[in-house]
Every structure is written in structure tokens, then in C-alpha cells.
Design a binder for this molecule. Structure first.
Ligand SMILES: Nc1ncnc2c1ncn2[C@@H]1O[C@H](COP(=O)(O)OP(=O)(O)O)[C@@H](O)[C@H]1O
Ligand SMILES: [Mg+2]
Length: 319
């Protein structure tokens, strides 16, 4: 596809949360520092929220790949679990065997955590898309946060999710859980054109670009405005712009191409969109289905994107 035309070794703007492409904005850096601090100092419960497409899953994957071997991680990204399913997952991922009832599991888990803790080993439970967890499962998570020694929590729990997660946790029925939250942080969209420019350049370089001026300054300016600084939207615009540019035989992408793509995908900034005032735009990032993206990707590189970084033996979430 267009990769070769622009001198790229791979597609720079895929929608998968591939941590190889991570670019640390001040907000991503701060969130990463919070996660690191929370886990290292045994804080217990850490909550990270951010709009769809701001990079929550990417950050988690980046972190999981870099955690020391002594850290055991259970990563759950399917929040629509019943309580028994949730415990099944936790037990499997944390390798707790020989249990039949919940109380047996909790006892075994407690023993395992205690033993790991006494050997200086950390155990982390990460739940992505946690805004979808049922109150019952959240209550169980509160129970799990009870495992502690005199000095630290024995199980570190990280919940990430869309902004609704904050409201979920603020539910008066869950106030006990809320009280356990030791750290809270928010992943913000890219704040300005400069960061958007750096983000785009960084992804181009990871994809093997020899020239980083593929997008003109006015194109980047307009990408920022249409994307509202949300990385997934930026990727969508850039990917489609490169495709359009390639089709038109243009080595540089100017603002006009972005305008065209944004128009096609209904991503024009509020002021310039031809929609009725007040009409809500759903997440503009979902213009392509996951299957469609995978197809495009395969067409571009002749292979599907290998996902080797998952720590837990669970299927990999796409995008
Ligand atoms: N800091 C970042 N650096 C590089 N790419 C990012 C960053 N944040 C998000 N992305 C990209 O944006 C897209 C959406 O990220 P994702 O982690 O799936 O967001 P979320 O989980 O918050 O919905 C992915 O393609 C991802 O690679
Ligand atoms: Mg995600």
C-alpha cells in the first residue's frame, strides 16, 4: 500500500495499542509515573481514566512489557464478567490452584500473596475498560484490596477506563471502594499543535521514515483541530490522508487532503461541520471496523500485526 511510496517500513498510524509506537506527552509521562509509584510503593488501588482513544491500553501494554520478571501481572480487559468468571480469571492468571468455593480461593490467594510479598515479589491485577465492571465485581475488587501487610498492600490493583469510571466509583453504594483508591490520574488528549506535530513525527520515525516533513505545518494544524488531540483520531486522519495522498501521487500531505478526509469521515471541527447544532458526534475514531483495519494492515505489509506483548494468556483486545 502507501508505506513504500512514503519511504516507510510499516504503517505508522495503525489503530492497535502497539506500545512500540508510544510517544510520551506530559500527560502520558505523568500517568506512567503514577502507575510506577503506585505499584512500587504498594499503594493498593490506582485508577486511571481517559477518553476513548487517549492511550490507556497502550500505556498499560508499554508498562507490562517493562515490569521486572519478579512482578506477576494478571491483565483483564473484558469487564463484562460475572463474579464467578472474574474469580476464575484472577485464579488462573495468578496461578492459584486447588480451590472450589470462593472462600477457598480467597484463602489460597491470600496465602499466595503473603508468600510472594514476604519474598519481596509484587503482584498486580490490572483491569482495563473497568467502566464496564458490574457493582458486584467492583465490590469483590474492594475485598481483594484488603490483602495487606503492616506496611503495604500485597495486591496492587490498577483500574483503567473511560471517564464514566469516575462516576461508577463515585456511586454512594461503592463508597468503601472509593475510600480505597490511593491514586487517581487522568490521561489527557494532546494539548496543542506542537505536541500533535511531535506525536506524528515520533510515529513516522518508529515506522522507519526517512523524512518527517510528510505532513505540512498547516496539515498538522488542521489534524489537531479535527482530532481534538485524541491520538486515535489523529491516527485515523493521518492514515487516511496518507492513503489519499498516495492515490493522488502526492509526496506531501497538505491541509486540503486533511480537510477532504475529515469531511469524508465526519471529523471536521465543530465550527466547520455541516451537522445540526447540538447533534452529538459519536467517537469519530470508529469509522473502520476492527476487521476492516486488520485487512488494510495486512494489505499494506503482507502480514497481520503480531501481538506478542500480552503478559496474560488471554486473547488480545483490538484497538
Ligand atoms: N502516547 C501515545 N503514543 C503513541 N500512540 C498512542 C499514544 N496514545 C495513544 N496512541 C495510539 O492511539 C490509539 C488508541 O490508543 P489506545 O491505547 O487504544 O486508547 P484507549 O485504550 O485509551 O482507548 C492506538 O493506535 C495507540 O497506538
Ligand atoms: Mg483501551
Amino acid at each position: 500500500m502507501y508505506a513504500e511510496f512514503y519511504g516507510l517500513k510499516e504503517l505508522p498510524f495503525a489503530l492497535t495499542p502497539d506500545p512500540r509506537f508510544i510517544y510520551f506527552t506530559p500527560s502520558h509521562t505523568e500517568v506512567m509515573a503514577n502507575l510506577h509509584y503506585g505499584i512500587e510503593s504498594g499503594k493498593g488501588l490506582v485508577v486511571v481514566t481517559g477518553e476513548v482513544g487517549t492511550g490507556k491500553t497502550t500505556i498499560l501494554r508499554w508498562m507490562m512489557q517493562r515490569l521486572d520478571r519478579t512482578v506477576l501481572v494478571a491483565y483483564i480487559f473484558n469487564p463484562r464478567l460475572s463474579v464467578p468468571e472474574f474469580y476464575q480469571h484472577v485464579a488462573t492468571l495468578l496461578d492459584v490452584q486447588k480451590w472450589e468455593t470462593k472462600s477457598e480461593l480467597l484463602m489460597e490467594l491470600g496465602r499466595a500473596l503473603e508468600s510472594r510479598h514476604s519474598r519481596g515479589l509484587r503482584t498486580v491485577l490490572i483491569i482495563d475498560e473497568a467502566q464496564g465492571l458490574s457493582p458486584h465485581v467492583l465490590e469483590e475488587i474492594r475485598l481483594l484490596s484488603n490483602f495487606e501487610s503492616d506496611t503495604a498492600k500485597q495486591l496492587q490493583i490498577v483500574l483503567t477506563g473511560q471517564p464514566e469510571l469516575r462516576e461508577v466509583i463515585n456511586n454512594p453504594d461503592l463508597r468503601q471502594l472509593k475510600q480505597r483508591v490511593a491514586l487517581r490520574c487522568i490521561i489527557k488528549p494532546l494539548p496543542n499543535i506542537e505536541e500533535t506535530d511531535r506525536y506524528i513525527t515520533s510515529r513516522l520515525l518508529v515506522a522507519g521514515a526517512e523524512r518527517t516533513d510528510i505532513f505540512s505545518a498547516s496539515a498538522v494544524d488542521f489534524i489537531f483541530r479535527c482530532s481534538e488531540g485524541i491520538p486515535r483520531n489523529i491516527n485515523n486522519l493521518c492514515d487516511n490522508a496518507l492513503l489519499a495522498g498516495y492515490a493522488a501521487g502526492e509526496l506531501s500531505i497538505d491541509r486540503a487532503v486533511i480537510e477532504e478526509v475529515a469531511e469524508t469521515f465526519d471529523m471536521l471541527p465543530s465550527g466547520s461541520r455541516g451537522i445540526q447544532p447540538g447533534a452529538e458526534r459519536e467517537s469519530p475514531a470508529s469509522v473502520f471496523s476492527t476487521a476492516g483495519r486488520a485487512e488494510l494492515w495486512a494489505a499494506g505489509t503482507g502480514k497481520s500485526e503480531a501481538e506478542t506483548e500480552t503478559v496474560a494468556p488471554v486473547p488480545v483486545e483490538q484497538g
